[in-house]
Structure formats: C-alpha cells, structure tokens
Ligand binder design. Structure first.
Ligand SMILES: *Cc1c(COP(=O)(O)O)cnc(C)c1O
Length: 415
C-alpha cells in the first residue's frame, strides 16, 4: 500500500514496517508496555501536533486555541470522571517530568523525600542518585521486607526518624497491592504530603482490580501509556487546594507548549477506559498474570514475594546458573521480550542482575487467555531450563508464532 510516508521517505517507512512486524510477531512481556487502539493512534498522528498553546484552556499565550481548549477540557473532564478526582493536569510530557513537577510544586531544594528504593521496585524519579530528583532533593529509601513485600512498620519508623516532607508510594517492579490507607496514616503521623505514583497500575485502578489511592493521596501521578493503554504521556491529579501550585509547576515552571496530539489521544483512551470492556480487560490482565506466575512457580522458578497480585512478576534467578541478562537474551532470541531487573537484596549488579520482570498488560490487549498464559509459562520455563537445546528453541519459536497469529494486532496497518 502506498502511503505519504512510503512515497516521500521509503527509508523511514521501511523501518516503521519492520517495527510493526516485530510488534506483530513477538510476545511483549515488558510490564510497562501496551498497545493503543487504532483510534488512539489516529489522534496521535493528527494535525494537532501543529499547534502551540502554552497556558491552560481559556488562558493561552497564543491565538487560535478555541478547538484545542475544547480538546484539553474534554480530556481533563474524562480523566476526572474516570478516577473521581478534583483536578487533573494533562500536560506533563511523560511520567518522569510529572514526578519532578510535583516535587517542584510542593518542596524546596534539599527537602526530604521518602520512597521505595530502586533495587526494591521503586523508580529512578523517586529520588534515586542518578536522577535529577536525587540531585535536588534529599531522598531516603525504604527496602522491602524479607518476604519481598512493603514492611509498613519499617516505613513508619523511617518516616519518624527522617521527617520527610513528602512520601512517595507506588513502584515500577512491585508485584503486590499497595496499601494507600496505611501510607496515608504514616504521612499523617509526620505531617508529610503523600504522593501516589500509579504509573504502572493506573489501568488496574480504573478497572477496579487494584484499590484506588484517590481517597488517601494528596497528589497522584501516572503515565498514560502503561496499563491505562493511552499515548505516551502523563498526568497529575490532585485535590483542589493544590491545583494552582501543580499547574504553575508544569507551566511555566518546567514545560512550554503542551503536546496537543497526545492530549487528544489521551481523551480517546479515557473514553475507552470508561467501558465495561476495559474493566474486563484489567480483570483478565490479573488473571493472566496469576496463571503465568503459577506455571513458572510449578516449573521450579521462584518469584519475588512468592507470586503476584497485579499485572507483573519478578523471576528470582539468584539460585540458578543463569543471570537476568542471560534469561532476557535467551527469551529475546525466541521473540519473547522481558527485561532484566534487580531483585531485593540482589547479589549481582544492575547491568547483570538476578531477575527478570514479566508482565501481562500487552498480551492481554492482544486477547491472550489464561490458557495462552499457561502455554507461555511452559515455553519460558523450558527455554530457561535448557537454553542450549536446539529442539526446545525451535519448538518455542513455533509456539510464539502460533500465539501471535492467534491474536493479531494492527491487521490492516502498513507504512
Ligand atoms: C514508568 C514510570 C515512570 C516514568 O515514566 P516515563 O514516561 O518513562 O518518564 C514514573 N514512575 C513510575 C513508577 C513508573 O513506572
């Protein structure tokens, strides 16, 4: 098929077609990834990318924003209804910037943040050393307990000792539910703000399969592109009292013009997320994760914390002869994408850690069932048990092909 792109820039069109094929014929188990609907994709590729609109609806620094204002208002009102919050800022370019914007709004440089440590499942932007959030703020990190779960008593003690001005809850590699009410009590005990970063679990919260932080957190940040199945981007939700501070921190504090094509795509994704189909989707994400987790455990591969309550799991390879990097490479060779990850108290290094992180949001969007997830678990465990076997590898590749063909994506698309 001839497209504008294929006529004008065949070199780039060819690269896009290769990536499209890769997505169609590989099994993506990276828990932060998902696929958007063709409608979201269309909004992303729209003429809205042409427009400058620094400011907020009704108060822009450029002319010609009547329709952009309506689009941003629509996205914001849908997000408010979806999460049941007072205020939404839909302009953050991505999750990292959204988190920095919250700190910038509520803290002074050098103020203390208390958050989960990166090696225990936290995110770089929760004050880790190599992130600007760790450079401008004093971060104190809590580990998880021996059972791989948050030890709320330990967090409470650290809070009392360190007197943080803001406590972050939320994670990138934590397979269990987060008790937001407990975090609220800890924050109250030291008069700290509570920020919930639900980048990974936003879709699960909307679908009702993970408790919501809305009754408890002062501020909530989330990406749009993980379980929420929207475009790459982020938003900040808060109570009305903090709205002006948050908005000012995003613009003019940290950003210029909002990415209006992303705002429009987010509005589409929010409409999709408000449906019964999306609720069923999030339920299936959790069902698939449980099925995959149980299959791996039964095949002799222990998981951090012994299992999962949400969309992701961490394979603990510390007792095995292969590392997380080895496992990532072995699976990638059969078109199964996972990512190497530190496990709690990892004896190895970040570039060659002892775990891999696996999640089911994307395969569930493709229509994978619990039965498919069990098949996948058998394929993964067989590959990791006998990585040198040509026979197993050939069989695994054909299973991957069969699963991908049974659950096609973007059937009519080409560049
Ligand atoms: C993914 C993630 C982010 C950052 O999002 P980007 O869009 O990659 O900047 C922030 N916090 C958590 C917990 C995340 O998982």
């Amino acid at each position: 098929m001839s497209t504008f792109l294929s006529r004008q820039d065949p070199e780039l069109a060819s690269l896009l077609n290769h990536e499209l094929k890769r997505q169609q014929f590989s099994i993506e188990l990276i828990p932060s990834e998902n696929i958007v609907s063709p409608a979201v994709l269309e909004a992303l590729g729209s003429v809205l990318t042409n427009k400058y609109s620094e400011g907020y609806p009704g108060a822009r620094y450029y002319a010609g924003n009547a329709h952009i204002d309506e689009i941003e208002r629509l996205a914001v009102s849908r997000a408010k209804a979806l999460f049941g919050v007072d205020h939404v800022n839909i302009q953050p370019y991505s999750g990292s910037g959204a988190n920095f914007a919250v700190y910038n709004a509520l803290l002074e440089p050098g103020d203390t943040i208390l958050a989960m440590g990166l090696p225990f499942g936290g995110h770089l932007t929760h004050g880790w050393k190599v992130s600007a959030t760790g450079k401008y703020f004093r971060a104190v990190h809590y580990p998880t307990g021996k059972d791989g779960r948050i030890d709320y008593e330990m967090v409470a003690e650290l809070a009392l000792k360190e007197k943080p001005k803001l406590i972050v809850c939320g994670a990138s590699a934590y397979p269990r539910m987060i008790d937001f009410k407990h975090f609220r009590e800890i924050a109250d005990s030291v008069h700290a703000y509570l920020m919930a970063d639900i980048a990974h679990i936003a879709g699960l919260v909307v679908g009702g399969v993970h408790p919501s932080p809305v009754p408890y957190a002062d501020v909530i940040t989330t990406t749009l592109h993980k379980t929420l199945r929207g475009p790459r981007g982020a938003m900040i939700m808060c109570r009305e009292e903090l709205a002006a501070k948050i908005d000012k921190s995003i613009f003019p504090g940290l950003q210029g013009g909002p990415h209006n094509h992303v705002t429009a795509a987010a509005a589409v994704a929010f409409k999709e997320a408000a449906t019964d189909e999306f609720r069923a989707y999030t339920q299936q994400v959790v069902t698939n994760a449980s099925a995959l987790a149980q299959t791996l455990i039964d095949s002799g591969f222990p998981l951090v914390s012994g299992g999962t309550d949400n969309h992701l799991m961490l394979l603990d390879l510390s007792e095995k002869s292969l590392t997380g990097k080895d496992a990532e490479d072995i699976l990638a060779d059969c078109s199964i994408s996972t990512n190497k990850n530190m496990i709690p108290n990892d004896p190895r290094t970040p570039m060659n850690p002892s775990g891999i992180r696996i999640g089911t949001p994307l395969i569930t969007s493709r229509g994978f069932t619990a039965k498919d997830s069990v098949t996948l678990g058998v394929v993964i465990s067989s590959l990791l048990r006998t990585p040198e076997s040509e026979e197993v590898r050939a069989w695994a590749k054909s299973e991957v092909r069969t699963l991908c063909e049974a659950h096609p994506i973007y059937g009519t698309l080409s560049y």
